[in-house]
Design a binder for this molecule. Structure first.
Ligand SMILES: C[C@](O)(CO)[C@H](O)COP(=O)(O)OP(=O)(O)OC[C@H]1O[C@@H](n2ccc(N)nc2=O)[C@H](O)[C@@H]1O
Ligand SMILES: Nc1ncnc2c1ncn2[C@@H]1O[C@H](COP(=O)(O)OP(=O)(O)OP(=O)(O)O)[C@@H](O)[C@H]1O
Length: 276
């Protein structure tokens, strides 16, 4: 039997870095959503593990045990034939590898009728893997192992945009001058985009220092008509923008594709259906 799985892009709507553990990992307070764009996977039981990677973003993605999907099978103690179709750019701050790993954990636990490992165990694969087991809006804390579902993601018209520079996560965290920044306040029951705009991504400044083109992406988005909020996701370089209306989003997208044809640009909305 082959189990098909969808690995949606993870978007950090906010990312507050609030401290650092003795082992160097940073404490986070982040509001996370999942988009309707992502990678596709097919998983079936096999005598030994194999991985085939295809798709428009397959270039440079490891096809051996360096790939997080391979490590996900190892964590569960099983072997599997995994086919991965990459649509998300790698090292992009939208959880590509982590979302793929979470999708394989979901597929293999379904296939073998295994219990899903705890968030603390899944975090050993990557700090973003526990949150990627969720499908709705989620508050993530600790280094990523504390996940609290908040509810459905509002249906905003959005753009995801990556200027095609890879940003490794570790060095961006290390370049952060202050580790003890304020956490997010309590999320009001009636929160909206202006509340979101008052929050932060603390990794934005060090990521822009490493890759100044991220500053240009944010400026282009913020200057586009109807843009209510533009911010970087994760450790970058992917940024998101939320628009007042679909037609404004579509106009901005058309303009960005004409002006910056080499950038990865995707219209998106919240991933409304569970993982499919
Ligand atoms: C920036 C985020 O994308 C926000 O969602 C995540 O915190 C990163 O999650 P991830 O890519 O799954 O991270 P990992 O693969 O576990 O860690 C990569 C590197 O990022 C740094 N790292 C990661 C997560 C965290 N809470 N603190 C850290 O300092 C560490 O130097 C680590 O060696
Ligand atoms: N399934 C995978 N897809 C993409 N890259 C992978 C995968 N598994 C391992 N990698 C390796 O992990 C590195 C980081 O890629 P990934 O897409 O996980 O980005 P990320 O920016 O760390 O995500 P996050 O938003 O969690 O910080 C890549 O450069 C690649 O070598």
């Amino acid at each position: 039997m082959t189990v098909e799985a969808f690995a949606p892009a993870k978007i950090n709507l906010t990312l507050h870095v609030t401290g650092q553990r003795a082992d160097g990992y940073h404490l986070l307070d982040s509001l996370v959503m999942f988009a309707d764009v992502g990678d596709r996977l097919w998983v079936e039981a096999a005598d030994r593990t194999s991985l085939t990677v295809s798709g428009p973003m397959a270039g440079g993605v490891p096809t051996d045990r360096r790939n997080l999907v391979w490590q996900a099978a190892e964590l569960l103690g099983v072997t599997a034939k995994i086919t991965l179709e990459k649509h998300l750019p790698a090292a992009a701050g939208i959880g590509g590898g982590s979302s793929d790993a979470a999708a394989v954990v979901r597929a293999l636990t379904t296939l073998y009728n295994f219990p899903v490992p705890s968030a603390a165990v899944l975090a050993n694969l990557g700090a973003d893997v526990p949150v990627c087991m969720q499908s709705g809006l989620t508050r993530m804390r600790g280094i990523g192992e504390h996940v609290d579902p908040i509810g459905n993601t509002p249906n905003w018209p959005m753009i995801l945009i990556n200027p095609r520079v890879e940003v490794p996560t570790g060095p961006v965290f290390q370049a952060l001058p202050r580790k003890d920044n304020p956490p997010m306040p309590a999320i009001p029951a009636e929160w909206d985009i202006s509340w979101l705009a008052a929050q932060r991504n603390d990794l934005e400044a060090p990521a822009i220092a490493a890759q100044p083109v991220i500053g240009k992406v944010l400026q282009e988005l913020r200057e586009s008509d109807g843009c209510l909020l533009a911010r970087m996701s994760g450790s970058g370089a992917t940024c998101f923008a939320i628009y007042a209306h679909d037609d404004m989003r579509d106009r901005a997208l058309g303009q960005l594709r004409r002006d910056c044809p080499k950038w990865w640009t995707q219209p998106t909305e919240a991933c409304g259906v569970k993982w499919r």
